[in-house]
Ligand binder design. Structure first.
Ligand SMILES: Nc1ncnc2c1ncn2[C@@H]1O[C@H](COP(=O)(O)OP(=O)(O)OP(=O)(O)O)[C@@H](O)[C@H]1O
Ligand SMILES: [Mg+2]
Length: 258
């Protein structure tokens, strides 16, 4: 098994009742590669994501991380193996400061207890260097002592990114990371995530409805339709593909804003 592969997915299947949401999906993501998964609403993108992050178990097929079979493992086991994810709905602790939230992420990554009461108690004794550098990486130094509940949405997404990066992931999973953000903020968040990931040789696998973001930041694009992977290629190849245009018929044309 090649060790330059961060993620390998082989013939994944998942049905809900009689409905096949993911059908024979195979692809791989190289170490440090930025790959987007696109497709119309209901294509099976989130289901594929949840099969990769351990939220869902496949009916059949395999998931491998750096060559190791992790099929059927839950989110926590995968997280320990270097998989981090951001959430469509932000998952920070709203009554804590930016610094405290990031410190919880660092502590959890260092094998600390997940229980928040323990986390609070240990926080003051923690070496703050890593927390501080993560906050700087996502550009939140000026807001470090702000309570997260009072932050603008775009800044909250940065906190969440810092928390995900605290795990020093080999693979970062982002399902619609820029949903709900203004256009300029979207571009800034994705550019930041890609820049940090490149510097750390972290692979990114993301879904996104904003095609400007996809075509600007993905090195490779996978296209799903009705549960199947129907195309894969470089952004310029995907943008020009008649098949992909057809997949999007009845939806916003590819490359247009929704
Ligand atoms: N838990 C579930 N139970 C039943 N059906 C489901 C479940 N999760 C997803 N589905 C169905 O599977 C299909 C794929 O859904 P999925 O959420 O993966 O699509 P998606 O590509 O992420 O869409 P979107 O772009 O809207 O986020 C849809 O028809 C959806 O209704
Ligand atoms: Mg989805």
């Amino acid at each position: 098994m090649s060790t330059d592969t961060a993620l390998e997915v082989d013939a994944l299947q998942k049905s809900f009742g009689g409905f096949r949401a993911v059908s024979g999906v195979s692809f791989s993501v190289a170490q440090g590669e930025v790959v987007a998964l696109i497709g119309p609403n209901g294509a099976g993108k989130t289901t594929t994501f949840n099969l990769v992050n351990g939220q869902l178990k496949p009916d059949s097929g395999r998931v491998r991380l750096e060559g190791m079979d992790v099929t059927g493992l839950g989110p926590r086991e995968l997280w320990r193996r270097g998989v981090a994810r951001t959430f469509q709905i932000t998952a920070t602790f709203p009554s804590m400061t930016v610094r405290e939230n990031v410190a919880v992420g660092v502590m959890a990554a260092n094998g600390g207890p997940w229980r928040l009461s323990h986390a609070y108690r240990r926080m003051t004794s923690l070496d703050p260097t890593e927390t501080r550098s993560l906050i700087a990486d996502v550009g939140l130094e000026a807001l470090a002592e702000r309570i997260c509940g009072t932050l603008a949405y775009g800044d909250l997404k940065r906190v969440e990114l810092a928390m995900a990066l605290a795990n020093r992931p080999r693979l970062l999973l982002m399902d619609e990371p820029t949903a709900g953000m203004a256009a300029a903020e979207r571009e800034a968040l994705m550019a930041l995530a890609v820049e940090i990931a490149r510097a750390r040789q972290t692979a990114i696998f993301f879904t996104e409805h904003d095609m400007d973001i996809v075509f600007r930041h993905a090195q490779r694009v996978l296209v799903m339709s009705r549960g199947e992977l129907v195309a894969t290629g470089r952004p310029d190849e995907i943008r020009q593909s008649p098949l992909v245009q057809e997949v999007y018929l009845g939806h916003a044309a590819i490359g247009e804003k929704r």
